[in-house]
Write a protein that binds this ligand. Structure first.
Ligand code: DGL
Length: 273
């Protein structure tokens, strides 16, 4: 047993889709979440900048005595996370491995769609991971750069006309390509899964990287005998911009009142905790 918290980070609200799944499958775990809201989105940035931000995010989380880090960010997970993971003495998980494994396992036709940020799609990391598991897979992919700003603006209602229009345009070629599985390759996207699902059609299975990663973490913590099963976990949230805005949105997404648990921090300075 290891009662230390798990550190989770993303550029903004997206990583909360992973936190929600972690709360479901590992309810006893304490979670410290960092949303780098002052610098969201990461997805249009260079690999060097993304890695620099990831290191700073992990350094912040390591000010607490955490037992593992989850990069609940598709962009970080596909842009060199594996290269820096070895620099830490605790396990560092990305979200792409578990999602790629789920896609390779679940596709029947072998035609897998992938949507993500520009940086994730450019990286080819998903292609490599899926093809290593299932070499005959055809991967059809599309960057969807407007989805993250729309989600951060709270435009997640399936009837939102702007979201609908943007999603129709982004997803048209994937629908035409007749994929049977679609990886929501950015952790913001499960928040608009209903819209994506309606456009893709009921026969297309959507893969949520945060959900797959939560399951993987559960297995891994059990294997390492590092779980914290005995109690109800606590969650604390840190952001690099307005705590109020984040708290309001996070409460909606997590279906829980988290406003009081959100603090604004600077990644350069030490916190008092
Ligand atoms: N939610 C993140 C991802 O999974 C970050 C998106 C962004 O900041 O552009 O890629």
């Amino acid at each position: 047993m290891d009662t230390r918290p798990i550190g989770v980070f993303d550029s903004g609200l997206g990583g909360l889709t992973c936190v929600k799944k972690l709360m479901d499958v590992l309810p006893g775990e304490d979670i410290i979440y960092l949303g780098d809201t002052g610098r969201v989105p990461y997805g249009g940035r260079s690999r060097e900048t993304i890695l620099k931000y990831a290191r700073q995010d992990i350094a912040f989380l390591r000010r607490f005595d955490i037992k593992a880090v989850v990069a609940a960010c598709g962009t970080v997970s596909t842009n060199g996370l594996e290269e820096i993971a070895g620099d830490y003495d605790i396990p560092v998980f990305g979200v792409a491995d578990a999602a790629a494994a789920a896609a390779a396992r679940l596709t029947k036709s072998g035609r897998v769609g992938l949507i993500g940020t520009k940086a994730s799609i450019r990286s080819d990391a998903y292609d490599r991971k899926i093809l290593a598991l299932r070499p005959d897979t055809v991967i059809v992919k599309r960057a969807c750069p407007l989805f993250v700003p729309l989600v951060e603006e709270g435009r997640i209602d399936p009837h939102d006309p702007v979201l609908r229009l943007v999603a129709e345009q982004y997803l048209a070629e994937l629908r035409d390509a007749r994929v049977d599985t679609l990886i929501l390759g950015c952790t913001h996207y499960p928040l608009i899964a209903r819209t994506v699902g309606e456009i893709m059609g009921p026969e297309v299975r959507l893969i949520d990287p945060g959900a797959e990663t939560a399951q993987r973490l559960k297995t891994e913590l059990a294997r390492l005998d590092a779980g914290n099963p005995a109690r109800r976990g606590q969650r604390r949230y840190y952001v690099t911009d307005s705590a109020e805005d984040f708290g309001r949105a996070a409460s909606l997404f997590l279906e829980a009142h988290v406003e009081g648990d959100v603090k604004r921090v600077s990644l350069e300075e030490k916190t008092d905790e």
